[in-house]
Design a protein around this ligand. Structure first.
Ligand SMILES: [Zn+2]
Ligand SMILES: [Zn+2]
Ligand SMILES: [Zn+2]
Length: 385
């Protein structure tokens, strides 16, 4: 018995060490060589004037020095020659790096763009900066989670991903944000704060952001890639419902009747009630929200153990797979998140701001979140194998 407890303890310790390493890679806290704190989007250290670039393979911001050939860079601690993404000096202000010998001018994130808005229009330039900033945050997280990220235009026409950022013509029709077969379309007016806030209000949503749109739509993409054709499909149907249910009819029903009154007892959001595909995409987006926010907190040394407050923790009986080897760690993360979100919400209220995390996670949503994590972990381990 003692041995068993000891083994369980060691397993948890090993999982914690692995999770700390993952958290370090997912962290958003970076230091310049001068010691100054620098951030994900920075191109320059404001203290020592060093040129900065983001290394998508390592998930960190680093100092860039001129390389031996024109147009190349090197960074302390790496032998390979790098170059800046060609979008560095565009309104996208991309700070990502790529190998100097890569024939593409654009980084892995910018290479996913098929259509960008017409930059002759001043508003579009403003929108595009915000869209790219949100997209880089999305793509950096996908890469650090070990998920496949390949351009449908340049690298993988069958299974890749690409983006169209479109503006609705004045005479209509309205561009619809959505996903179809690896193409994510975004209505660029979602980058206009006043318009997006008006839509959020009209739709009675507690949360609507560019990053939220991207995380939701990319959830549909990864459903196609990781669930549709594999061993997760049946377990998915058992947990989320049968996605063969008529989608157009489901949308119509939602439009006419709205969500069921008690949706919060089962779903992560009202929109998740529309169809099993939307439930998956909403849960997937939440998984990415929670992991990014929590690893950011951990990267800056915020630890849920230090919080003086109490949230009733979820136990193993709320899980989809209580015996999964990562179950204990998943619960620890989720319960840690609940405490940090509680404090962040109170801090937002102290400033008169809307809640930082305006959601309540129900027990069925916990099971679905763990399911998403299991799919993500399996995709990562098969990519590493
Ligand atoms: Zn510096
Ligand atoms: Zn780029
Ligand atoms: Zn959707």
């Amino acid at each position: 018995m003692k041995d068993l407890i000891q083994t369980l303890g060691e397993n948890l310790e090993a999982q914690r060490a692995a999770a700390r390493e993952r958290a370090r890679r997912l962290s958003r806290s970076y230091r310049c060589r001068c010691g100054n704190q620098v951030f994900f989007d920075n191109t320059l250290c404001l203290k020592c004037d060093s040129t900065l670039g983001y290394l998508p393979d390592e998930g960190r911001v680093a100092v860039m020095e001129p390389g031996p050939r024109e147009g190349t860079c090197k960074t302390p601690g790496r032998v390979d020659l790098l170059k800046f993404c060609a979008n560095r000096d565009s309104p996208a202000a991309c700070n990502w790096m790529l190998y100097a010998d890569n024939p593409h001018p654009f980084c892995i994130a910018c290479r996913l763009n098929r259509t960008i808005p017409d930059l002759d229009d001043e508003d579009n330039g403003r929108y595009w900066i915000r869209i790219e900033a949100a997209k880089r945050r999305l793509v950096s997280q996908l890469l650090q989670l070990g998920l496949p990220v390949r351009s449908k235009i340049h690298d993988d026409p069958e299974g890749g991903l690409m983006f169209d950022f479109l503006r609705s013509p004045r005479e209509g029709p309205q561009v619809m944000t959505g996903h179809a077969d690896g193409l994510i379309t975004l209505n660029v007016e979602e980058a206009d704060d006043a318009r997006r806030e008006a839509i959020r209000h009209a739709m009675r949503e507690p949360y609507r952001t560019l990053l939220g749109h991207f995380r939701h739509e990319v959830g549909h993409y990864y459903w196609d890639r990781l669930v549709r054709d594999g061993r997760w499909l049946q377990p998915f149907r058992d947990l989320f419902g049968d996605e063969r249910a008529d989608y157009a009819q489901a949308l119509k029903r939602n439009y006419e009747q709205g969500p069921p009154a008690n949706w919060a007892a089962t779903f992560i959001s009202a929109y998740a009630t529309v169809h099993p595909w939307e439930d998956w995409a909403e849960t997937w987006a939440h998984y990415l929200h929670v992991v990014d926010s929590l690893t950011t907190a951990m990267g800056f040394g915020l630890d849920a153990d230090d919080i003086q407050g109490y949230v009733i923790p979820f136990e193993r009986d709320a899980l989809y797979a209580p015996d999964d080897p990562n179950a204990a760690r998943f619960l620890e993360l989720l319960n840690g998140w609940m405490e940090i979100a509680m404090v962040m919400n109170e801090m937002a209220r102290s400033m008169g701001q809307p809640d930082f995390y305006p959601f309540v996670i129900s027990r069925p949503a916990v099971a679905k979140l763990q399911f998403v994590q299991m799919v993500v972990f399996e995709a990562r381990s098969s990519a590493e194998a």
